[in-house]
Design a protein around this ligand. Structure first.
Ligand code: ZN
Length: 158
């Protein structure tokens, strides 16, 4: 009898441990490291990205699934406050391709990847702690003419 009870406790214990570990590991994989794609039609494949507020570092990987070179259809991923999206998009245009179309030394740019062309991939890692979960954030591509279409909401979830 005592033996059987022990086995039951062990099984209950294992189930409890797994139910605690599983959701955390799912969040760690899907929440803190994310991938987004850009294509030759000037589109991102996501209009919303959500990360868990428990992430310390966030890694965003940008893949260009098209074929066009970066001089004609380059893409990057730039994180800004939603209120700054338009201004940073305009400033990116004048920064030039040598600067990845990202305004330099600009505090409004919270994170940015380099500019890539078809078939390429790049990523950026940044500290989530410098963002405010009550603020609204937007990611844009700052290649000239892209930011009004290539944009999405960056959400910090609980
Ligand atoms: Zn673009």
């Amino acid at each position: 009898m005592r033996q059987r009870l022990n086995v039951q406790y062990v099984i209950i214990g294992i189930v409890c441990i797994f139910s605690l570990i599983l959701p955390v590991s799912i969040l760690a994989d899907d929440g803190c490291a994310q991938t987004i794609e850009g294509n030759d039609k000037m589109q991102f494949n996501k209009d919303t990205m959500k990360v868990a507020s428990s992430c310390k570092k966030v890694t965003i990987t940008l893949k260009h699934t098209g074929k066009l070179p970066k001089a004609t259809m380059g893409h990057n991923w730039v994180l800004v406050k939603t209120a700054d999206a338009n201004d940073v998009g305009m400033a990116g245009m004048s920064a030039g391709i040598d600067k990845e179309y990202v305004p330099q030394n600009d505090a409004r740019v919270l994170a940015s990847t380099k500019l890539i062309g078809g078939g390429e991939e790049t990523s950026v890692e940044f500290d989530l702690s410098k963002l405010d979960s009550k603020e609204k954030y937007t990611y844009i591509c700052t290649f000239p003419g892209h930011f009004s279409v290539m944009k999405g909401e960056f959400q910090i979830g609980s």
